[in-house]
Structure formats: C-alpha cells, structure tokens
Design a protein around this ligand. Structure first.
Ligand code: ZN
Length: 244
C-alpha cells in the first residue's frame, strides 16, 4: 500500500494497558442488575459531553443476555494516560477522559465521540469474552475488534468509529509507535486494514468514500473478501451472544 494514501493525523495511545485501578470515592451511577455505569465526580461538569456516549453504551448493555452474576462496571475517570482497559479481576472497564480529548482533537468532537464509543465496545468485548467464557478462535485483541464492529453495526448503521480507530492505529505506527511483534496486538496497519475491511464488509455504503474504496481495492487484489469476513463474524458474535 502507498502510505501517502492515509491522512496524517496526530498520535496518541489507545488500548495499551495501564494495569491499575482504584475504586471511585464519589461518582454518579446508573445501574441495573447486570451493569453499572459511573462517571467520576470530578467529571460531572462534563456530564453533557459524556452522557450521549454513556446512553448509547447503556442501550448496548441492555440488549445483551447478561446474568446478574456477570455484572459489568464501567467507569469514566481520570487516568495518567489517554487510555482504556478492562480489569478481569474487578470486572471493570475503565475509560479515561483524556482519550476522548485526544480523539476529539484529532477527529473533531462528534467523530471523536464515535471513536471513543468504539473503544468502549472493544473493552466490552474483552469483558464479555472473560465473563461469559466465550470460545474464540485466534487472537483475543482481533476478536475484540471484530465483536466491537459487529456490536456497533447492530446498534447503528454507521461504523465510522471503527474506521477512525483503525486510522488512529495506522497513524500511531506512522509516527513511530511500533507495536511489539511478539505482543498481543496486531501492528497498526494490520489493525487498520482489519477494521476497514470488517466495517465496510458490514456497511457497503462506506465504499462511496474514496479512501475506503482504495483500501478495499488493495484487499480485493489480494483476494480478501470483506463481505464474507463480516458475515462470518456477525454470525459468530450473534451465536455466541444469543442475539437474533
Ligand atoms: Zn483490547
């Protein structure tokens, strides 16, 4: 691929592990039997910014067949890095507001929120794989990206958040953040092609975008069938989660 095809945007971290978490002392919470969503007290002045994202996430959680013993807690709280992560021992998803700031600076506020929402779904996928003991084939990070893309398309017709997350990974690579080859994550360009492939495989209308069409042409030339890949993933996710 000619690297110049991809717009060059700013670089920040996504989805690398922080690895620590402290309980919130003060937070605004919404909860039902199977999930709890918390916005840290010091972020209450920004609640209007986070509330639309949390409401979408709430709707996704409500549609899932979670049992009470599989409770998932989501916290939006200040962190040391622009980051997001899932802590299995605490059944806890942590979303750092600095990540939304970073994505909004890069893509604009609306598209930054779309990308942040996709990252939340990626972390939710880790939580579901862990708590439902889902059988998966291959790398869990790739499975989480695929599941998040399917969940996004189930909820909304536009998987733009998945595309932008992929572009962000690509830009991190371009700007020197080299994913260790021996690590759990695919390198940035691979992750970007995967997300573009799956999102456009599930929403062919995206091919009207010239960049996405060119990226798809490169994959087609290498016999990659994105429509088929998405169909396989959609079937797997719906079967595993009991979605109709
Ligand atoms: Zn992950």
């Amino acid at each position: 691929m000619r690297l110049s095809l991809i717009p060059c945007l700013a670089l920040m971290l996504i989805l690398s592990a922080c690895g620590w978490a402290q309980p919130l002392q003060n937070s605004r919470q919404t909860s039902n039997q199977t999930f709890q969503i918390q916005l840290a007290e010091n972020l209450q002045t920004e609640s209007a910014r986070f509330e639309p994202i949390l409401e979408r996430f709430r709707q996704t959680l409500e549609a899932l067949p979670l049992a009470p013993q599989q409770k998932i807690t989501v916290e939006i709280r200040s962190c040391r890095q622009a980051n997001a992560f899932y802590i299995p021992s605490e059944r806890l998803i942590v979303m750092c507001p600095g990540l939304l700031d970073t994505l909004s600076r890069r893509f604009g506020e609306n598209q930054g929120q779309e990308t942040f929402h996709f990252v939340m779904l990626h972390e939710l996928a880790h939580a579901l794989i862990d708590q439902l003991n889902l059988p998966i084939l291959g790398n869990e990070e790739d499975a989480a990206d695929a599941m998040a893309t399917v969940l996004l398309l189930e909820q909304a017709n536009s998987p733009i958040g998945a595309i932008l997350a992929g572009i962000d990974f690509y830009e991190q690579y371009q700007q020197g953040f080299i994913t260790p080859w021996a690590g759990v994550h695919a390198i940035g360009p691979q992750r970007m092609f995967n997300l573009v492939c799956w999102a456009s495989g599930g929403q062919p209308g995206l091919l009207e975008n010239r960049l996405i069409r060119r990226l798809n042409s490169e994959m087609q030339a290498l016999n990659r069938n994105c429509s088929q890949e998405y169909s396989q993933q959609e079937r797997a996710v719906k079967t595993l989660l009991g979605l109709s």
